[in-house]
Ligand binder design. Structure first.
Ligand SMILES: NC(=O)c1ccc[n+]([C@@H]2O[C@H](COP(=O)([O-])OP(=O)(O)OC[C@H]3O[C@@H](n4cnc5c(N)ncnc54)[C@H](O)[C@@H]3O)[C@@H](O)[C@H]2O)c1
Length: 410
Protein backbone atom coordinates (compact mmCIF):
# COMPACT_ATOMS: atom_id res chain seq x y z
CA UNK A 1 0.00 0.00 0.00
CA UNK A 2 1.30 3.44 -0.92
CA UNK A 3 1.38 5.82 2.03
CA UNK A 4 1.44 9.51 1.06
CA UNK A 5 2.68 12.32 3.28
CA UNK A 6 0.21 15.20 3.71
CA UNK A 7 0.50 18.78 4.94
CA UNK A 8 -2.49 20.93 5.87
CA UNK A 9 -2.22 24.69 5.48
CA UNK A 10 -4.89 26.69 7.35
CA UNK A 11 -5.84 25.08 10.67
CA UNK A 12 -9.23 26.66 11.28
CA UNK A 13 -12.64 24.97 11.44
CA UNK A 14 -12.68 23.27 8.08
CA UNK A 15 -9.27 21.67 8.58
CA UNK A 16 -10.73 19.42 11.28
CA UNK A 17 -12.45 17.28 8.69
CA UNK A 18 -9.22 16.63 6.81
CA UNK A 19 -6.99 16.34 9.90
CA UNK A 20 -9.22 13.67 11.44
CA UNK A 21 -9.47 11.69 8.22
CA UNK A 22 -5.73 11.89 7.51
CA UNK A 23 -4.82 10.90 11.05
CA UNK A 24 -7.11 7.86 10.75
CA UNK A 25 -6.20 6.68 7.25
CA UNK A 26 -3.71 3.84 6.72
CA UNK A 27 -2.81 5.43 3.37
CA UNK A 28 -1.86 8.81 4.82
CA UNK A 29 0.72 10.28 7.13
CA UNK A 30 -0.04 13.70 8.54
CA UNK A 31 3.42 15.21 8.11
CA UNK A 32 3.02 18.97 8.75
CA UNK A 33 0.75 21.88 9.62
CA UNK A 34 1.18 25.46 8.42
CA UNK A 35 -0.73 28.43 9.82
CA UNK A 36 -0.02 31.96 10.94
CA UNK A 37 -1.50 31.00 14.32
CA UNK A 38 0.56 28.76 16.61
CA UNK A 39 -2.47 28.51 18.89
CA UNK A 40 -4.71 26.93 16.27
CA UNK A 41 -2.00 24.44 15.23
CA UNK A 42 -1.58 23.50 18.91
CA UNK A 43 -5.36 23.09 19.34
CA UNK A 44 -5.57 20.73 16.37
CA UNK A 45 -2.69 18.68 17.72
CA UNK A 46 -4.49 18.51 21.06
CA UNK A 47 -7.71 17.27 19.43
CA UNK A 48 -5.79 14.62 17.50
CA UNK A 49 -3.58 13.65 20.43
CA UNK A 50 -0.69 14.15 18.01
CA UNK A 51 2.42 16.29 17.64
CA UNK A 52 2.37 17.21 13.96
CA UNK A 53 5.14 19.78 13.39
CA UNK A 54 3.78 23.30 12.80
CA UNK A 55 5.28 25.90 10.46
CA UNK A 56 4.66 29.59 9.78
CA UNK A 57 3.57 30.77 6.29
CA UNK A 58 7.04 32.12 5.43
CA UNK A 59 8.47 28.63 5.96
CA UNK A 60 5.93 26.87 3.71
CA UNK A 61 8.35 25.99 0.85
CA UNK A 62 11.04 24.84 3.29
CA UNK A 63 8.43 22.79 5.16
CA UNK A 64 7.41 20.91 1.99
CA UNK A 65 11.02 19.88 1.37
CA UNK A 66 11.96 19.13 4.97
CA UNK A 67 8.84 17.05 5.70
CA UNK A 68 8.92 15.32 2.26
CA UNK A 69 5.31 16.28 1.61
CA UNK A 70 3.47 14.54 -1.26
CA UNK A 71 0.08 16.24 -0.99
CA UNK A 72 -0.91 19.67 0.35
CA UNK A 73 -4.46 20.28 1.65
CA UNK A 74 -5.32 23.99 1.42
CA UNK A 75 -7.84 25.22 4.04
CA UNK A 76 -6.86 28.89 4.34
CA UNK A 77 -9.09 31.90 3.54
CA UNK A 78 -10.04 31.87 -0.13
CA UNK A 79 -7.84 34.73 -1.37
CA UNK A 80 -4.71 32.87 -0.22
CA UNK A 81 -5.52 29.59 -2.02
CA UNK A 82 -3.75 30.45 -5.27
CA UNK A 83 -0.40 31.24 -3.63
CA UNK A 84 -0.37 27.95 -1.72
CA UNK A 85 -1.62 25.86 -4.64
CA UNK A 86 1.02 27.30 -6.98
CA UNK A 87 3.87 26.96 -4.45
CA UNK A 88 2.87 23.37 -3.67
CA UNK A 89 2.68 22.37 -7.36
CA UNK A 90 6.10 23.88 -8.05
CA UNK A 91 7.51 22.00 -5.05
CA UNK A 92 6.41 18.73 -6.69
CA UNK A 93 3.25 18.14 -4.64
CA UNK A 94 -0.32 17.28 -5.59
CA UNK A 95 -2.96 19.56 -4.12
CA UNK A 96 -6.40 19.19 -2.59
CA UNK A 97 -7.85 22.65 -2.14
CA UNK A 98 -10.99 23.77 -0.42
CA UNK A 99 -13.43 25.63 -2.60
CA UNK A 100 -13.32 28.10 -4.20
CA UNK A 101 -10.17 27.13 -6.11
CA UNK A 102 -9.27 30.82 -6.02
CA UNK A 103 -11.05 34.20 -5.99
CA UNK A 104 -10.00 35.94 -9.20
CA UNK A 105 -8.70 35.86 -12.75
CA UNK A 106 -5.07 36.25 -11.69
CA UNK A 107 -5.20 33.30 -9.27
CA UNK A 108 -6.90 31.10 -11.86
CA UNK A 109 -4.27 31.98 -14.50
CA UNK A 110 -1.41 31.17 -12.11
CA UNK A 111 -2.91 27.87 -10.90
CA UNK A 112 -3.66 26.59 -14.40
CA UNK A 113 -0.19 27.56 -15.65
CA UNK A 114 1.52 25.88 -12.68
CA UNK A 115 -0.55 22.74 -13.21
CA UNK A 116 0.38 22.59 -16.87
CA UNK A 117 4.06 23.21 -16.16
CA UNK A 118 4.35 20.67 -13.35
CA UNK A 119 1.82 18.00 -14.36
CA UNK A 120 0.77 17.61 -10.72
CA UNK A 121 -2.90 17.39 -9.82
CA UNK A 122 -5.28 19.90 -8.28
CA UNK A 123 -8.49 18.59 -6.80
CA UNK A 124 -11.21 20.86 -5.44
CA UNK A 125 -13.21 19.71 -2.41
CA UNK A 126 -16.68 20.07 -3.93
CA UNK A 127 -18.28 17.87 -1.28
CA UNK A 128 -21.87 18.70 -2.34
CA UNK A 129 -21.44 16.42 -5.35
CA UNK A 130 -21.11 13.43 -3.02
CA UNK A 131 -24.43 14.06 -1.28
CA UNK A 132 -26.53 10.97 -2.21
CA UNK A 133 -29.50 13.12 -3.16
CA UNK A 134 -27.40 15.18 -5.57
CA UNK A 135 -25.97 11.99 -7.04
CA UNK A 136 -29.52 10.71 -7.60
CA UNK A 137 -30.37 13.91 -9.51
CA UNK A 138 -27.37 13.37 -11.73
CA UNK A 139 -28.31 9.74 -12.38
CA UNK A 140 -31.90 10.63 -13.26
CA UNK A 141 -30.94 13.47 -15.60
CA UNK A 142 -28.25 11.38 -17.31
CA UNK A 143 -30.76 8.55 -17.78
CA UNK A 144 -33.12 10.96 -19.56
CA UNK A 145 -35.83 10.88 -16.87
CA UNK A 146 -37.20 14.23 -18.08
CA UNK A 147 -35.80 14.20 -21.62
CA UNK A 148 -33.66 17.08 -22.84
CA UNK A 149 -33.19 19.83 -20.27
CA UNK A 150 -34.52 23.28 -21.18
CA UNK A 151 -33.91 25.32 -18.05
CA UNK A 152 -33.12 25.18 -14.33
CA UNK A 153 -34.45 27.16 -11.35
CA UNK A 154 -32.27 27.08 -8.25
CA UNK A 155 -32.97 28.95 -5.03
CA UNK A 156 -30.70 28.69 -1.96
CA UNK A 157 -31.73 29.98 1.47
CA UNK A 158 -29.14 30.65 4.17
CA UNK A 159 -30.69 31.27 7.57
CA UNK A 160 -29.91 34.04 10.04
CA UNK A 161 -27.35 31.85 11.87
CA UNK A 162 -25.41 30.30 8.99
CA UNK A 163 -26.00 33.22 6.61
CA UNK A 164 -25.00 35.77 9.23
CA UNK A 165 -21.73 33.94 9.82
CA UNK A 166 -20.35 35.19 6.50
CA UNK A 167 -20.73 38.71 7.87
CA UNK A 168 -18.84 38.04 11.12
CA UNK A 169 -15.46 37.11 9.74
CA UNK A 170 -13.06 37.45 6.80
CA UNK A 171 -15.77 36.49 4.27
CA UNK A 172 -17.44 39.91 4.79
CA UNK A 173 -14.73 41.51 2.60
CA UNK A 174 -14.89 40.69 -1.08
CA UNK A 175 -11.11 40.88 -1.30
CA UNK A 176 -10.92 37.84 1.00
CA UNK A 177 -13.77 35.63 -0.20
CA UNK A 178 -14.69 36.89 -3.68
CA UNK A 179 -18.19 37.52 -2.26
CA UNK A 180 -20.91 34.89 -1.81
CA UNK A 181 -21.16 34.33 -5.58
CA UNK A 182 -17.62 32.92 -5.50
CA UNK A 183 -17.39 31.63 -1.94
CA UNK A 184 -20.80 30.04 -1.45
CA UNK A 185 -22.64 29.91 -4.79
CA UNK A 186 -19.53 28.26 -6.25
CA UNK A 187 -20.84 25.02 -4.71
CA UNK A 188 -24.19 25.53 -6.42
CA UNK A 189 -22.75 26.57 -9.77
CA UNK A 190 -20.51 23.52 -9.63
CA UNK A 191 -23.52 21.28 -9.00
CA UNK A 192 -25.36 22.73 -11.99
CA UNK A 193 -22.28 22.35 -14.23
CA UNK A 194 -21.93 18.74 -13.07
CA UNK A 195 -25.63 17.94 -13.41
CA UNK A 196 -25.77 19.42 -16.91
CA UNK A 197 -22.32 18.31 -18.04
CA UNK A 198 -21.84 21.85 -19.41
CA UNK A 199 -20.15 25.02 -18.17
CA UNK A 200 -21.37 28.63 -18.33
CA UNK A 201 -21.41 30.76 -21.48
CA UNK A 202 -23.07 34.12 -20.58
CA UNK A 203 -23.90 35.48 -17.13
CA UNK A 204 -25.99 38.37 -15.86
CA UNK A 205 -26.57 39.32 -12.22
CA UNK A 206 -28.20 41.75 -9.83
CA UNK A 207 -27.29 41.85 -6.15
CA UNK A 208 -27.17 44.05 -3.11
CA UNK A 209 -26.43 44.24 0.58
CA UNK A 210 -29.96 44.38 1.91
CA UNK A 211 -29.95 42.98 5.45
CA UNK A 212 -26.48 43.09 7.06
CA UNK A 213 -23.87 45.84 7.13
CA UNK A 214 -23.92 49.27 8.77
CA UNK A 215 -26.29 50.72 6.15
CA UNK A 216 -28.98 48.33 7.36
CA UNK A 217 -28.55 49.11 11.05
CA UNK A 218 -32.06 50.57 11.09
CA UNK A 219 -33.32 46.98 11.04
CA UNK A 220 -31.83 46.45 14.49
CA UNK A 221 -34.31 45.68 17.21
CA UNK A 222 -34.24 44.56 20.80
CA UNK A 223 -33.61 41.04 19.51
CA UNK A 224 -30.29 42.13 17.98
CA UNK A 225 -28.17 40.07 20.29
CA UNK A 226 -29.41 37.00 18.45
CA UNK A 227 -26.78 37.94 15.88
CA UNK A 228 -24.00 38.19 18.48
CA UNK A 229 -21.78 35.12 18.52
CA UNK A 230 -20.50 34.28 22.01
CA UNK A 231 -17.15 32.58 21.51
CA UNK A 232 -16.94 31.80 25.23
CA UNK A 233 -20.07 29.66 25.07
CA UNK A 234 -18.47 27.02 22.84
CA UNK A 235 -15.27 25.22 23.94
CA UNK A 236 -14.36 24.71 20.29
CA UNK A 237 -14.85 28.34 19.27
CA UNK A 238 -13.05 29.54 22.39
CA UNK A 239 -10.02 27.32 21.75
CA UNK A 240 -9.75 27.99 18.02
CA UNK A 241 -10.57 31.68 17.92
CA UNK A 242 -10.96 33.54 21.25
CA UNK A 243 -7.75 32.15 22.74
CA UNK A 244 -5.90 32.93 19.49
CA UNK A 245 -7.15 36.52 19.06
CA UNK A 246 -4.19 38.14 20.77
CA UNK A 247 -1.77 36.28 18.56
CA UNK A 248 -2.94 37.33 15.09
CA UNK A 249 -5.87 39.71 15.64
CA UNK A 250 -8.36 37.45 13.83
CA UNK A 251 -11.77 38.37 15.28
CA UNK A 252 -14.22 35.58 14.56
CA UNK A 253 -17.31 37.29 15.97
CA UNK A 254 -17.54 40.73 14.37
CA UNK A 255 -20.86 42.56 14.55
CA UNK A 256 -22.79 41.74 11.37
CA UNK A 257 -24.07 45.34 11.34
CA UNK A 258 -20.62 46.91 11.73
CA UNK A 259 -18.99 48.88 8.87
CA UNK A 260 -16.65 47.16 6.43
CA UNK A 261 -18.98 44.69 4.69
CA UNK A 262 -18.21 44.69 0.95
CA UNK A 263 -20.14 41.56 -0.08
CA UNK A 264 -23.81 41.22 -1.02
CA UNK A 265 -26.43 39.21 0.89
CA UNK A 266 -29.14 38.97 -1.80
CA UNK A 267 -28.18 37.81 -5.29
CA UNK A 268 -29.99 36.90 -8.50
CA UNK A 269 -28.12 35.38 -11.42
CA UNK A 270 -29.08 34.27 -14.92
CA UNK A 271 -26.64 31.90 -16.60
CA UNK A 272 -26.87 30.60 -20.14
CA UNK A 273 -24.88 27.39 -20.25
CA UNK A 274 -23.06 26.13 -23.32
CA UNK A 275 -25.64 24.24 -25.34
CA UNK A 276 -28.43 26.66 -24.36
CA UNK A 277 -29.78 25.58 -20.95
CA UNK A 278 -30.58 28.65 -18.83
CA UNK A 279 -30.14 28.68 -15.05
CA UNK A 280 -32.20 31.11 -12.99
CA UNK A 281 -30.44 31.27 -9.60
CA UNK A 282 -31.13 33.08 -6.35
CA UNK A 283 -29.28 33.17 -3.02
CA UNK A 284 -30.06 35.14 0.09
CA UNK A 285 -28.36 34.99 3.46
CA UNK A 286 -31.05 36.23 5.87
CA UNK A 287 -33.78 33.61 5.60
CA UNK A 288 -35.77 32.44 8.65
CA UNK A 289 -35.01 28.85 7.61
CA UNK A 290 -32.25 27.03 5.75
CA UNK A 291 -32.70 24.94 2.63
CA UNK A 292 -32.88 24.96 -1.14
CA UNK A 293 -35.04 24.10 -4.12
CA UNK A 294 -33.92 23.13 -7.57
CA UNK A 295 -36.18 22.34 -10.49
CA UNK A 296 -35.31 21.14 -13.98
CA UNK A 297 -37.73 21.73 -16.85
CA UNK A 298 -37.25 19.05 -19.49
CA UNK A 299 -38.72 18.16 -22.87
CA UNK A 300 -40.48 15.17 -21.27
CA UNK A 301 -41.26 16.46 -17.79
CA UNK A 302 -40.02 18.08 -14.62
CA UNK A 303 -37.64 17.08 -11.82
CA UNK A 304 -37.86 18.90 -8.49
CA UNK A 305 -35.65 18.67 -5.42
CA UNK A 306 -36.75 20.36 -2.22
CA UNK A 307 -34.38 20.22 0.76
CA UNK A 308 -35.29 21.61 4.16
CA UNK A 309 -32.38 21.88 6.55
CA UNK A 310 -32.65 23.96 9.74
CA UNK A 311 -36.29 24.96 10.23
CA UNK A 312 -35.29 27.94 12.33
CA UNK A 313 -32.09 28.97 14.09
CA UNK A 314 -32.34 29.40 17.84
CA UNK A 315 -29.45 31.86 18.01
CA UNK A 316 -26.13 32.82 16.46
CA UNK A 317 -24.46 29.41 16.37
CA UNK A 318 -25.43 27.34 13.35
CA UNK A 319 -26.69 24.05 14.81
CA UNK A 320 -27.24 21.66 11.92
CA UNK A 321 -30.38 19.57 12.24
CA UNK A 322 -30.98 16.48 10.14
CA UNK A 323 -32.41 17.86 6.91
CA UNK A 324 -35.16 16.35 4.83
CA UNK A 325 -35.03 15.93 1.06
CA UNK A 326 -37.91 15.30 -1.32
CA UNK A 327 -37.17 14.48 -4.94
CA UNK A 328 -39.95 14.13 -7.49
CA UNK A 329 -40.17 13.45 -11.21
CA UNK A 330 -43.26 14.26 -13.19
CA UNK A 331 -43.45 13.20 -16.81
CA UNK A 332 -45.89 14.92 -19.16
CA UNK A 333 -49.46 13.68 -18.81
CA UNK A 334 -48.61 11.59 -15.76
CA UNK A 335 -48.86 12.15 -12.01
CA UNK A 336 -45.79 13.25 -10.05
CA UNK A 337 -43.69 10.36 -8.70
CA UNK A 338 -41.82 10.62 -5.42
CA UNK A 339 -38.29 9.31 -6.07
CA UNK A 340 -37.23 9.85 -2.48
CA UNK A 341 -38.47 11.58 0.62
CA UNK A 342 -35.97 11.04 3.40
CA UNK A 343 -33.88 12.42 6.23
CA UNK A 344 -30.36 13.48 5.19
CA UNK A 345 -27.23 12.23 6.91
CA UNK A 346 -24.76 14.49 8.70
CA UNK A 347 -21.89 16.35 6.98
CA UNK A 348 -23.55 17.58 3.79
CA UNK A 349 -25.83 14.55 3.52
CA UNK A 350 -22.95 12.16 4.25
CA UNK A 351 -21.05 13.68 1.31
CA UNK A 352 -18.04 14.78 3.36
CA UNK A 353 -17.13 11.23 4.37
CA UNK A 354 -17.52 9.83 0.85
CA UNK A 355 -15.43 12.66 -0.57
CA UNK A 356 -12.66 12.06 1.96
CA UNK A 357 -12.55 8.34 1.27
CA UNK A 358 -12.09 9.04 -2.43
CA UNK A 359 -9.58 11.86 -1.95
CA UNK A 360 -7.43 9.69 0.31
CA UNK A 361 -7.60 6.70 -1.99
CA UNK A 362 -9.65 4.67 0.54
CA UNK A 363 -12.50 4.31 -2.00
CA UNK A 364 -12.64 3.62 -5.71
CA UNK A 365 -13.11 6.71 -7.92
CA UNK A 366 -16.77 7.45 -8.23
CA UNK A 367 -18.53 6.20 -11.36
CA UNK A 368 -20.64 9.38 -11.51
CA UNK A 369 -17.54 11.54 -11.85
CA UNK A 370 -17.84 13.21 -8.45
CA UNK A 371 -14.10 13.93 -8.27
CA UNK A 372 -13.60 17.60 -9.15
CA UNK A 373 -10.34 18.66 -10.78
CA UNK A 374 -8.87 22.07 -11.68
CA UNK A 375 -11.23 22.37 -14.66
CA UNK A 376 -14.31 21.86 -12.47
CA UNK A 377 -12.82 24.39 -10.06
CA UNK A 378 -12.42 26.82 -12.95
CA UNK A 379 -15.91 26.29 -14.40
CA UNK A 380 -17.61 26.96 -11.04
CA UNK A 381 -15.43 30.02 -10.56
CA UNK A 382 -16.22 31.36 -14.03
CA UNK A 383 -19.94 31.65 -13.24
CA UNK A 384 -19.20 33.44 -9.96
CA UNK A 385 -16.60 35.78 -11.43
CA UNK A 386 -18.74 36.62 -14.45
CA UNK A 387 -21.75 37.28 -12.17
CA UNK A 388 -19.64 39.50 -9.95
CA UNK A 389 -18.40 41.42 -12.97
CA UNK A 390 -22.01 41.79 -14.15
CA UNK A 391 -22.92 43.31 -10.76
CA UNK A 392 -20.25 45.94 -11.39
CA UNK A 393 -20.98 46.68 -15.05
CA UNK A 394 -24.75 46.11 -15.18
CA UNK A 395 -24.27 44.12 -18.41
CA UNK A 396 -24.28 40.42 -19.33
CA UNK A 397 -20.75 39.00 -19.25
CA UNK A 398 -19.53 36.53 -21.90
CA UNK A 399 -17.49 33.85 -20.12
CA UNK A 400 -15.08 33.78 -23.07
CA UNK A 401 -13.99 37.28 -22.00
CA UNK A 402 -12.81 35.85 -18.67
CA UNK A 403 -11.24 32.81 -20.31
CA UNK A 404 -9.21 35.09 -22.58
CA UNK A 405 -7.93 36.98 -19.51
CA UNK A 406 -7.10 33.70 -17.79
CA UNK A 407 -5.33 32.47 -20.91
CA UNK A 408 -7.53 29.42 -21.44
CA UNK A 409 -9.15 28.40 -24.73
CA UNK A 410 -12.86 29.25 -25.05
N1 LIG B 1 -16.58 22.65 1.43
C1 LIG B 1 -17.20 23.18 2.46
O1 LIG B 1 -18.34 22.83 2.73
C2 LIG B 1 -16.48 24.20 3.31
C3 LIG B 1 -16.99 24.53 4.58
C4 LIG B 1 -16.29 25.47 5.34
C5 LIG B 1 -15.16 26.07 4.83
N2 LIG B 1 -14.71 25.74 3.60
C6 LIG B 1 -13.50 26.38 3.05
O2 LIG B 1 -12.39 26.10 3.90
C7 LIG B 1 -11.50 27.20 3.94
C8 LIG B 1 -11.24 27.58 5.40
O3 LIG B 1 -12.46 28.01 6.01
P1 LIG B 1 -12.62 27.98 7.61
O4 LIG B 1 -14.06 28.19 7.87
O5 LIG B 1 -11.90 26.85 8.20
O6 LIG B 1 -11.86 29.34 7.96
P2 LIG B 1 -11.13 29.69 9.35
O7 LIG B 1 -11.06 31.17 9.39
O8 LIG B 1 -11.78 28.97 10.47
O9 LIG B 1 -9.67 29.09 9.18
C9 LIG B 1 -8.70 29.63 8.33
C10 LIG B 1 -7.33 29.32 8.89
O10 LIG B 1 -6.34 29.81 7.96
C11 LIG B 1 -5.33 30.51 8.70
N3 LIG B 1 -4.70 31.50 7.82
C12 LIG B 1 -5.17 32.73 7.46
N4 LIG B 1 -4.34 33.30 6.57
C13 LIG B 1 -3.31 32.43 6.38
C14 LIG B 1 -2.15 32.45 5.61
N5 LIG B 1 -1.85 33.46 4.78
N6 LIG B 1 -1.31 31.39 5.65
C15 LIG B 1 -1.59 30.31 6.46
N7 LIG B 1 -2.68 30.25 7.23
C16 LIG B 1 -3.55 31.28 7.19
C17 LIG B 1 -6.06 31.12 9.88
O11 LIG B 1 -5.15 31.43 10.92
C18 LIG B 1 -7.04 30.00 10.23
O12 LIG B 1 -6.46 29.09 11.12
C19 LIG B 1 -12.13 28.30 3.10
O13 LIG B 1 -11.54 28.30 1.82
C20 LIG B 1 -13.58 27.90 3.00
O14 LIG B 1 -14.17 28.30 1.76
C21 LIG B 1 -15.35 24.81 2.84
Amino acid sequence: MVVRRYAIVGLGSRAQLFARALAGSPRAELAAFCDRSETRMRVHNGWLGASVPGYRPADFPAMLAKERVDVVVVCTPDHTHADYVVAALHAGCDVVTEKPMTTGVDGARRILAARRETGHSVRVAFNYRYNPVHRRVRELLAAGAIGEIGSVEFSWLLDTAHGADYFRRWHREKANSGGLLVHKSGHHFDLVNWWLGRGPETVFAFGRLFFYGDGNGHRRTAADDRFALDLEASPKLRALYRDAEREDGYVRNQDVFAPGVTIEDDLSVLVRHRGGVVLNYHLHAYSPREGYRVAFAGSEGRLELDVRENEFPAGAVPAPEPGRARLTVQRHWAPSEVVLDEVLGEGHGGGDERMLAELLGDAEPDELGCAADHDSGLQALLTGLAADRSLATGAPVPVDELLAEIGEPA
